[in-house]
Design a protein around this ligand. Structure first.
Ligand code: NAD
Ligand code: MG
Length: 396
């Protein structure tokens, strides 16, 4: 048996991080944890360090480091605690590391994810916001370094599984007509429109099929998640926005489909459990047990499909427009959305105001080319500033 692969898990205390560690723990001969990062849930990070014995744990500041070091010392652990964004980059690009799970939520994950890409690692990409913000630069870095980029988002992992291995030469050259990106429609798919004024963060986070972090749960309710995924698909599979069609499929059993010119449509199905795409990407091109139960088609009985309603889900329209505008538009969209979702979760915005805030920011800020990472963060910062001003005027 060869040496176990060393894995860094960025965002280990989150929903994707925990699912990743669950899969890793099923295969101790194959995988060992090199580093784990956490942000606010320190007790959980300590427990994960004791369970997985990483060489490094990364926390955001010195106070957190003191607390974690004390817990580790008391338990007799030799895990070393590092601090800050540079440490996240260091544990992503370290020579010994074979693969990096990029599962920090939002723009905060961009620099460490790019560090893993630039170091030519196998990068398991959950942090879609990083790719949405910096798509052209990100994909250029993948090509330059030879990093192996594997999608963790269930839809993109499904598409990846339905494409031939040489799809990188362009969708047309492998006979692909369209990508069909499935969406559950979230908890508000059938809610009467006037009632959306009143919905609470907990209602928005109560996803019918998936258990996820709060930010992506709100994005799923607003369908901004599907909009970000449309942009993500364009970058990952070198597709134009018109080649990606969103299909609402409330059961979340078909995770996405690829439509070929001969009329064949390939789909990937499975129970809605992120351990399937995680195991697929970790072991690719092999297959390993993920702990996910076999799909019971008789229990599911039926699969439904409907077109998305962009009046009900204006965030999907805004994301499609940003995908078409290109350049800095997706970075502006993403940053405004991060501010809006945070404000909604804090009770400072009503749910329909998420889309209003994003639209206002996109209308105010001109779209520019993004030639380097500084330009990406400048666009991100500008959108956050405008969003903050909008919040001051319209929020509670
Ligand atoms: P989560 O909120 O459960 O976890 C987020 C993780 O990021 C935590 O470990 C947290 O400590 C860390 N983090 C938060 N802010 C940070 C900061 N400023 N600096 C450093 N670390 C920080 O989120 P999640 O549901 O696990 O999602 C993580 C990513 O994966 C998101 O980009 C999401 O869109 C994507 N994703 C998630 C799912 C899912 O099923 N949960 C599915 C597809 C894609
Ligand atoms: Mg998804």
């Amino acid at each position: 048996m060869s040496q176990p692969q060393l894995i860094t898990v960025l965002g280990a205390t989150g929903s994707i991080g925990l699912s990743t560690l669950d899969v890793i723990a099923r295969h101790p001969q194959r995988y060992q944890v090199f580093a784990l990062s956490g942000y606010s849930r320190l007790a959980q990070l300590l427990a994960l360090c004791l369970r997985h014995a990483p060489r490094f744990a990364v926390v955001p500041d010195e106070n957190a480091a003191v607390t974690l070091r004390e817990g580790l010392r008391t338990a007799g652990s030799s895990t070393e605690v590092l601090v800050g964004e540079q440490a996240l980059c260091d544990v992503s690009e370290a020579g010994e590391v074979d693969a990096v799970m990029a599962a920090i939520v939002g723009a905060a994950g961009l620099r460490p994810t790019l560090a893993a890409v630039k170091a030519g690692k196998k990068v398991l990409l959950a942090n879609k916001e990083a790719l949405v913000m910096s798509g052209a630069l990100f994909m250029q870095a993948v090509r330059t370094s030879g990093a192996v980029l594997l999608p963790i988002d269930s839809e993109h992992n499904a598409i990846f599984q339905c494409l031939p291995s040489h799809y990188g030469q362009g969708l047309a050259s492998v006979g692909v007509r369209r990508i069909l990106l499935t969406a559950s429609g979230g908890p508000f798919r059938c809610t009467p429109l006037p009632e959306l004024q009143q919905v609470t963060p907990d209602q928005a986070c109560a996803h019918p099929n998936w258990s996820m972090g709060r930010k992506i749960s709100v994005d799923s309710a607003s369908m901004m998640n599907k909009g970000l995924e449309l942009i993500e698909a364009c970058w990952l599979f070198d597709a134009r926005p018109e080649q990606v069609e969103v299909v609402v499929h409330p059961q979340s059993v078909i995770h996405s489909l690829v439509d070929y010119v001969d009329g064949s449509v390939l789909a990937q199905l499975g129970n809605p459990d992120m351990r399937t795409p995680i195991a697929n990407a970790l072991a690719w091109p092999e297959r390993i047990d993920s702990g996910v139960a076999p799909l019971d088609l008789f229990a599911i009985a039926r699969l439904d499909f409907e077109a998305p309603d962009e009046v009900r889900f204006p965030c999907l329209r805004l994301a499609r427009e940003a995908a078409q505008a290109g350049q800095s538009a997706p970075a502006l969209l993403n940053a405004a959305n991060e501010v809006a979702v945070e404000a909604f979760l804090q009770g400072r915005l009503r749910y329909p105001q998420i889309a209003s805030m994003i639209e206002a920011v996109l209308q105010q800020q001109p779209v520019v080319a993004l030639d380097d990472l500084e330009a990406v963060f400048e666009a991100d910062g500008k959108a956050r500033e405008l969003a903050g001003q909008w919040l001051a005027r319209h929020g509670r």
